[in-house]
Design a protein around this ligand. Structure first.
Ligand SMILES: NC(=O)c1ccc[n+]([C@@H]2O[C@H](COP(=O)([O-])OP(=O)(O)OC[C@H]3O[C@@H](n4cnc5c(N)ncnc54)[C@H](OP(=O)(O)O)[C@@H]3O)[C@@H](O)[C@H]2O)c1
Length: 205
């Protein structure tokens, strides 16, 4: 199984606010997130889920939390889950609640038997899953966020970590009337590691 981290970061590695918001509005990057993850299981931390305000539709949501109920961060309404631990919502979003990133990755591999799972944040989920990950999809947003109460995640906290990854594709998106910041999306793959039973096709290296 391939484990893929998908994240958007500012120049100073801000990924969001502690209240659960994204610090920018980039519809084109959200479209990239939706299209990339569509149909695949997504591993997501409780605060990110509450920041999104609802389960991600058309995906199996693997929620990492010790809690039993979740609230939309904006209007504080309860996110409607018909059953604790595992189920499907009225809108057709499937979910399971697990207690750790390892449990989440194992669930995707052993129960869902998926070929690909996306890691959708936030910080603790990204950091704990990086060791299992084969792919990193990073949106670099051309801004410095100077607010307090932000959440920081640096995919490359050391030269050693950066050296584990190679760039395989990069797409630049200049700002436009709907997206008021430049950003670029870079696809990295881990150099030589075979992860969570995922076989790298040697002919494509
Ligand atoms: N820029 C992006 O691409 C992107 C993507 C997603 C989210 N975000 C941003 O990230 C921020 C939220 O991130 P966050 O780091 O504060 O919260 P988070 O990771 O979304 O959620 C934290 C909660 O998830 C559970 N959890 C997280 N890591 C865990 C671990 N390793 N083991 C067990 N449980 C774990 C715990 O839940 P319990 O407390 O319930 O036990 C913890 O309190 C928001 O600002 C959001 O907008 C940004």
């Amino acid at each position: 199984m391939k484990v893929s981290i998908i994240v958007a970061v500012s120049k100073n590695h801000v990924i969001g606010t502690k209240a659960g918001d994204l610090p920018w509005e980039l519809p084109r990057d959200l479209k990239h997130f939706r299209e990339t993850t569509h149909g695949f299981p997504c591993i997501i931390g409780r605060i990110s889920l509450e920041g999104f305000g609802d389960l991600l539709p058309n995906r199996f949501n693997i929620i990492v939390s010790s809690k039993k109920e979740f609230f939309n961060a904006k209007d504080k309404t309860r996110i409607n889950l018909p059953e604790y631990e595992k189920g499907i919502t009225e809108k057709g979003a499937q979910y399971v609640i697990v207690k750790s990133v390892k449990e989440a990755v194992d669930y995707a591999k052993d129960v869902l038997k998926t070929d690909l799972v996306y890691i959708c944040g936030g910080k603790g989920i990204y950091e704990d899953s990086q060791q299992y990950s084969h792919e990193l999809i990073v949106t670099d947003v051309d801004t410095h966020i100077e607010e307090n109460d932000v959440v920081i995640y640096n995919p490359f906290p050391s030269i050693d970590e950066r050296n584990k990854w190679k760039v395989v594709n990069q797409i630049h998106h200049p700002k436009d009337h709907q997206n008021n910041l430049d950003f670029s999306i870079t696809y990295y793959v881990k150099n030589d590691e075979i992860l969570v039973g995922y076989e790298i096709d040697q002919t494509k290296k």
